[in-house]
Write a new protein. Sequence first.
Length: 217
Amino acid sequence: MQAQQSSSTRDLEVRDLGLSDYQSVWDQMRAYTLARSTNSIDQFWYLQHSPVYTLGLNGKRKHVLRTDNIPLISTDRGGQVTYHGPGQLIAYLLIDMPRKHIGIKDVVNAMEQAVIDYLQSLNIHSERLAGAPGIYVDGAKVAALGLRVKHGCTYHGLALNVDMNLSPFKNINPCGYENMPVTQIKDLMASCSDLNSVKADLHRHLCQHLGYNTETQ
């Protein structure tokens, strides 16, 4: 894992974990969530993962067609199977929902709307699809979502395809849907912003929809 960077306001700490392996970050998220008190600050973690397939709590192994030596990890988030790799922006949201007086549907809606609004700022029209969690452009999935809640606190979050190798998605039925197309920002516009710019812009939209102060971040 690369050296970590962080910044914070009174109600939110932001951590940049760089390129990180899935298992160690998952372990850290669980540990932080289980150890939280009512005074623990909420955190957003931004990172990229080394190549990995993850299978959610409701995931069915039949949706993993092959792995081509890419690790497969059964995890505790919601949802089916997905792929993570370099060039995909991960945002993990560690939120104390009771303290913010919101529920899980509010968090999911905020994540979805943040992605939609960010893509709209790039003149990319995206939308939700009924029965298929995530965000889509012309029916192709550009962002995946999955959360876990413990004691009213969330962890895991969203993955936005920016500029990555999409071929590993061909080895799975993304989120349990056979032959579902997958896309990324790079393929949707003439020039693609670097990952740091995408992170900064998406972060502003997430904070706006979840009610966090960004003045000093």
